[in-house]
Design a protein around this ligand. Structure first.
Ligand code: NCD
Length: 312
């Protein structure tokens, strides 16, 4: 029986290349399912999932919710803004209250790095990390790599540059782990002040020049500048950032070869990429969103099948 090596998806760091390939093959199947006129399968009919969002989210929350509904799971939604967390309740108490309602799986976004790992040691449910601070965002990296595989046939052997605010980005870290596990070479590009000091110890080269980085790569993943995570200024002005690290159509058309442009969203149009790039044929931003549902269905399905076996 082929199954995941883990009971939780806490980060790409904790899973193997075989796990990722199994998720992709399962997502291929679900991608076919969600193109059908009847997009729903009964696979998770006896599973209850709590979506716990302690930090704002639009697309990740909607994507998980849709994936759960397509699999016929029962779901409960919770967001920190409207809860007792504001009254000082601890994370474990909040979640235990929810779990006493017999929840099997928890999808959690939390502002603190390591929140998912912490929770997995305290509660008896399968946990999926939907973003923990500036640490990891594993399902985003999976859907990004899945979208590269779909467009280019394979991730192995490809050159990928991640451009922008690497320091505050959980998308960057999870992508680096996933791309490397799948055999791609990764570089990062952006202001030196937005590069973590440990970056080269991850086997990732820093390229300060955007044009050089773009001429080297097959895929450019353009990240948002995460102003909400910055308590000081990391670069002189947004205009200057855009001049040095923004991708526009003129640059895209001047490159040696046709590259693929990705973005996890939300896009700041005109800052990290211009509208004509975001809407161009080379951008696969909406494919990423569509693949997100199939990839999350695969993760939920594979983790849920482990729960059922443990029960019996
Ligand atoms: C990212 C996130 O929240 O980490 N977005 C997402 O999940 N699609 C990136 C971002 O906020 O810039």
């Amino acid at each position: 029986m082929i199954e995941l090596s883990v009971n939780h998806l806490l980060g790409i760091k904790y899973i193997t290349e075989e796990d990722i390939q199994l998720i992709f093959e399962t997502a291929d199947h679900f991608k076919e399912v969600i193109q059908r006129p009847i997009k729903k399968v009964p696979s998770l009919r006896d599973i209850t999932i709590a979506n716990l969002f302690f930090e704002n989210s639009t697309r990740t929350r909607l994507s998980f919710e849709l994936a759960e509904k397509r699999l016929s799971a029962d779901i409960i939604n919770f967001s920190a803004g409207s809860s007792s967390v504001k009254k000082g309740e601890s994370l474990v108490d909040t979640v235990n209250n929810i779990l006493s309602m017999k929840v099997d799986m928890v999808v959690m976004r939390h502002p603190n790095p390591g929140a998912g790992v912490f929770l997995s040691k305290h509660i008896n449910a399968s946990i999926i990390n939907a973003g923990d601070g500036a640490h990891e965002h594993p399902t985003q990296a999976l859907l990004d790599c899945y979208s590269i595989r779909e467009r280019l046939g394979d991730v192995a052997g490809k050159n990928v540059v991640i451009v922008g605010d690497i320091l505050h980005s959980r998308v960057a870290l999870s992508n680096i782990f996933a791309l490397q596990k799948l055999g791609a070479t990764v570089k990062v590009c952006g202001p030196k002040t937005l590069m973590p000091r440990y970056i080269e110890s991850l086997g990732v080269q820093f390229e300060p020049n955007l044009i050089k980085a773009l001429n080297w790569c097959d895929v450019a993943n353009m990240l948002r500048v995460q102003n909400e995570r910055m308590d000081i200024s990391y670069f002189p002005s947004t205009r200057e950032y855009t001049q040095q690290f923004g991708l526009n159509k003129k640059i895209l058309d001047s490159l040696d070869k046709e590259i693929i442009v990705m973005h996890p969203g939300p896009i700041n149009r005109g800052v990290e990429i211009t509208s004509d790039v975001a809407d161009s044929k080379q951008a696969i931003i909406l494919d990423q969103v569509q693949n997100g549902v199939a990839v999350r269905m695969a993760v939920l399905y594979l983790l849920a099948s482990k729960i059922k076996r443990n029960d019996s």
